[in-house]
Design a protein around this ligand. Structure first.
Ligand SMILES: [Zn+2]
Length: 84
């Protein structure tokens, strides 16, 4: 009996979410995590441009240094030197 109730709640929740509903105590946690990532992830989503030499690479290849994407350690080092 208890299992049926749990399954019913899960199904109801899935339908509710499917139609765009939000479950506060579950979604709050997720929102906080995505909010942090939003800022950080915007410029490194999909393909990103190297902040030093301008080469495009996939976000998997990008090196993130001070919230900027670089194609290689070389470019990170070079941009460090330029700032001084
Ligand atoms: Zn580069």
């Amino acid at each position: 009996m208890l299992l049926r109730v749990i399954i019913l709640i899960i199904i109801a929740g899935a339908i509710y979410r499917f139609f765009g509903g939000k479950i506060p105590f579950i979604d709050k946690k997720e929102e906080k995590e995505t909010d942090v990532e939003k800022d950080f992830g915007k410029q490194i989503q999909g393909t990103s441009e190297c902040a030093f030499c301008g080469i495009y690479m996939t976000e998997d290849d990008a090196l993130i240094y001070h919230r900027k994407a670089y194609c290689s350690n070389d470019c990170v080092e070079k941009s460090k030197r330029l700032k001084r």
